[in-house]
Design a binder for this molecule. Structure first.
Ligand code: ZN
Length: 125
């Protein structure tokens, strides 16, 4: 991946994880990753449209998942897609907790462990 593409992805996301909104300055020891929204394993490419900035936690927990189970309906549901979906439409803040407002939001908040203890600690810094 070229340095220009990396810079564009960081700039576009305003240096925040596009899933949990963690800012780079809240994660001083770990550089936010540039991840493939549709993983390479599923045919995702390296074009800007398919790249997103993600914190280590979101990136590792998302892995190569594209879907998860909505905890409310028990239905298989697609995960949040930072290019196609609007964060505000699918999630909201309750204090330092991220709460899913829609099936996509609920499923994504659960799969990448957006409210793990580590995440909450970083977020409150
Ligand atoms: Zn994150």
């Amino acid at each position: 991946m070229s340095p220009q593409i990396r810079a564009r992805v960081r700039e576009r996301s305003r240096n925040r994880c596009e899933y949990c909104q963690l800012r780079q300055d809240q994660s001083p020891l770990a550089l936010l990753h540039i991840e493939h929204i549709i993983p390479k394993a599923h045919g995702g490419g390296g074009e800007l449209e398919n790249l997103a900035l993600a914190c280590i936690d979101c990136n590792l927990h998302k892995g190569s998942n594209l879907t998860g189970i909505d905890p409310e309906s028990d239905q298989m549901t697609e995960l949040f897609h930072p290019r196609r979906h609007s964060w505000q439409e699918h999630f909201e803040w309750r204090g330092i907790y991220i709460v899913g407002k829609t099936p996509i939001g609920r499923t994504t908040a659960r799969v990448p462990h957006m409210n793990s203890e580590e995440q909450l600690t970083l977020r409150s810094s």
